[in-house]
Write a protein that binds this ligand. Sequence first.
Ligand SMILES: Nc1ncnc2c1ncn2[C@@H]1O[C@H](COP(=O)(O)OP(=O)(O)OP(=O)(O)O)[C@@H](O)[C@H]1O
Ligand SMILES: [Mg+2]
Length: 250
Amino acid sequence: MTFLLELENLHYGYPGQSKAALQGASLQIAGQQKIAVIGRNGSGKSTLFLHCNGILRPTQGKVYFVGQPLSYNRQALRELRQKVALIFQNPEDQLFSASVLQDLSFGPLNLGLNHAEVERRIQNVAELCEITELLARPTHALSGGEKTRVALAGILAMEPEIIVADELISSLDPWMRRQVFTIFQRLIKQGKTILLATHDLEVARNWADLVVVMDSGQVLAFDTPEKIFTNATVIEKLNLNEPWYIPFAS
Ligand SMILES: Nc1ncnc2c1ncn2[C@@H]1O[C@H](COP(=O)(O)OP(=O)(O)OP(=O)(O)O)[C@@H](O)[C@H]1O
Ligand SMILES: [Mg+2]
């Protein structure tokens, strides 16, 4: 079987860090699925995501997109990133143009699309992400949640196959969060795949088709939410038996 995205035994250590961030992480994604990626702070979720579109290159192991190992030359990476789009954990890392409109135009123009098509896509994604009123604004002068919405719109304008979203929902208000899940639902219907790193275990339990559990730079488990949340090793590693909320003293 050819997987849409396959990560094979990835190892990666950041310069100057004694402990490797990825220590043999493997994952096979068939496609058209909603996948939640959970795990403690520092378990390697963001590092894994940065390997999905070739921003980081593994020191050992391989990444395959539709059965082909990634090439790391500029042209190949540009093509890959149109299909595998990453939304960074910090949207500031994503937005680099002076205005929102320029930021949204950059990717589609780079694809060589004509101006009419670029405009059509931008209007479409701006409406979807509720940022039409922000188009003329400088990107640096947006709120955190607005930046996240602009980052999402920029990705959607590329019409990618896989959306790899790192903590996308954590900065959004409940209304926008709901809108994002509606957008995700529409994308799934179009045959797209979504990987969402999240600390919200309810999202992993209720929204995802499949859940990836990262632990110490490895994929500890990858299965349906029902299986993940009854898996003894996962329960132990993530302390799932402990209550979530410490009640305020009355
Ligand atoms: N730019 C960096 N330079 C050096 N070390 C890094 C860098 N980014 C991450 N690390 C280290 O790599 C490990 C994995 O980090 P990563 O950001 O992938 O974890 P994460 O699961 O995304 O965590 P979080 O839930 O906090 O977002 C951690 O030990 C972290 O300290
Ligand atoms: Mg992270």
